[in-house]
Design a protein around this ligand. Structure first.
Ligand code: NAD
Length: 437
């Protein structure tokens, strides 16, 4: 499953050949490690026009990690505050601010553009702010060298601290070309930013292996007590994962009609983070797809998510301040031949998230978001035929597949106690896949 092309492209002959032949040139991504938790370099804070965010932004940025000292030569992170841009003239300032520095941004560096929410009452301002989206996505596609570009729409920088910390760190290595909206809910900073989930319980479905295992591991690193749920057939693996993480295993088929009640019974102390990760594929083109291949995919990937979410909210098992993170997919955004069942189920997740998010927050104090993975190196994708697998890996701005940990880090950001103002978002972890872009 190792990406040999990625290793080859990093050698001297590989660099020569890929340049000469115009082949994809993936750069090794800088991911988080305890030894190197921050980007290698400083942060450059730029503003286009008058800031719409005021003096709150600078101290928040100062706390995000990369220092601001000496950042001008070779910044590892650039934050462009474009929230005050109201018209086409303002967009010229976006160009003027980034044009001179873009070449100097370090490999695996970050550019984060800050915008304002779209204003339906002012179409000039809305045009300029929407323009930032096309700008961000285009820059993401051309910047290369493992660098990412994302847009955050916000009105209150302090509500976006967890988001900025995530985007300006190695944890967001495979998140690029995304537009994230952050509301203005009041946010309480955790006592310890390194263990924000301390004292909290997180349940991850389908956590015996693959992405779910990585999510459980990352949430445990963040301090959570993890519950590793998987089908009874995978009980041994689930126990192994739980033991390693100091958590507990819960063998349960999530499609069981009483799954919600059984989770509630298993967690008398309640639940803070619910990650719906379990998922299956049963690919076949529609003309060849019997109901037996359609049903289980919709049942595992969507119906059980709806049922358990409803049950755990109604029972009060999910506590106030709780977080739900569901798993969509780029297949639900772009569609995929042979995946009408899977694409339907994953698009359904997006519908669930958008509709439930405002209500769950108002009625239960719980946020609802989703991650939408692109091509992630797992057993699921190892089973894909070679040529399709190679295409899936390369057809994104970073020219490589993501790792389970990339989805896990994104989930941990959404599950963060300080992410109370991030709600109703579907965030793609896809290296800016060309599919559904
Ligand atoms: P995987 O097949 O490696 O792991 C899925 C886990 O879910 C398994 O441990 C399995 O036993 C468990 N599971 C399946 N049905 C279950 C049920 N009824 N009850 C409880 N557990 C059940 O898959 P993965 O690649 O790690 O994918 C995880 C999630 O990410 C899925 O929702 C998948 O659709 C989504 N996703 C993956 C990719 C990718 O590239 N791997 C891309 C997009 C989305």
């Amino acid at each position: 499953m190792a990406d040999r092309y990625l290793s080859f492209a990093g050698t001297a002959p590989g660099r020569f050949l890929t340049r000469r032949l115009g082949l994809p040139r993936p750069a090794p991504l800088r991911r988080w490690s305890p030894e190197r938790p921050e980007l290698d370099g400083g942060l450059l804070h730029l503003t286009a026009g008058a800031s719409g965010l005021g003096p709150v932004l600078a101290p928040v940025l100062a706390r995000t990690g990369p220092g601001t000292g000496g950042a001008a030569d070779r910044p590892a992170a650039v934050v462009l505050d474009a929230s005050g841009v109201r018209d086409v003239e303002g967009l010229a300032e976006v160009h003027a601010a980034l044009h001179p520095v873009v070449r100097s941004v370090a490999a695996s560096g970050r550019i984060v553009v800050l915008g304002a929410p779209l204003d339906a009452a002012d179409h000039h301002r809305a045009a300029a702010q929407q323009a930032l989206e096309g700008f961000t996505r285009s820059l993401g596609k051309e910047i290369g060298r493992g660098r990412t570009v994302n847009l955050v729409r916000l009105t209150d920088a302090s509500a976006a601290e967890s988001t900025l910390r995530f985007l300006l760190s190695p944890k967001s290595a495979y998140v690029s070309g995304q537009v994230i909206e952050v509301g203005d809910q009041e946010v309480t900073a955790p006592d310890d930013w390194n263990r924000p989930l301390a004292g909290r319980t997180a349940l991850v479905t389908g956590a015996a292996r693959g992405i779910g295992e990585a999510v459980a591991e990352t949430l445990a690193r963040e301090g959570a007590e993890v519950v590793v749920l998987d089908v009874p057939q995978a009980e041994q693996d689930a126990r192994r994962v739980a033991e390693r993480l100091g958590g507990t295993a819960l063998p349960l088929d999530i499609t069981a009609a009483d799954a919600g009640a059984r989770i509630a019974d298993a967690l008398p102390g309640g639940l803070d983070v619910l990650v719906h990760n379990a998922g299956i594929t049963r690919d076949r083109r529609l003309a060849n797809m019997p109901a037996e291949r359609w049903g289980p995919v919709l049942e595992v990937n969507l119906a059980s998510v709806l049922r358990t979410t409803d049950a755990l909210l109604a029972a009060g098992t999910l506590k106030r301040g709780g977080r739900i993170v569901a798993t969509a997919s780029i297949a639900g955004i772009a569609g995929n031949a042979g995946q009408t069942n899977y694409g339907a189920s994953k698009a359904g997740i997006t519908g669930l998230v958008r509709a439930l998010a405002p209500r769950a927050l108002a009625e239960h104090g719980v946020t609802v978001n989703a991650v939408a993975p692109g091509f992630i190196e797992t057993r699921m994708t190892a089973a894909v035929p070679l040529l399709i697998r190679e295409a899936g890996r390369r057809m994104n701005s970073l020219a490589q597949g993501g790792l389970p940990v990339d989805v896990a880090e994104t989930t941990a950001w959404l599950a963060h106690p300080a992410s109370a103002a991030v709600n109703g978002q579907v965030v793609r972890v896809c290296g800016q896949s060309l599919l559904g872009a």
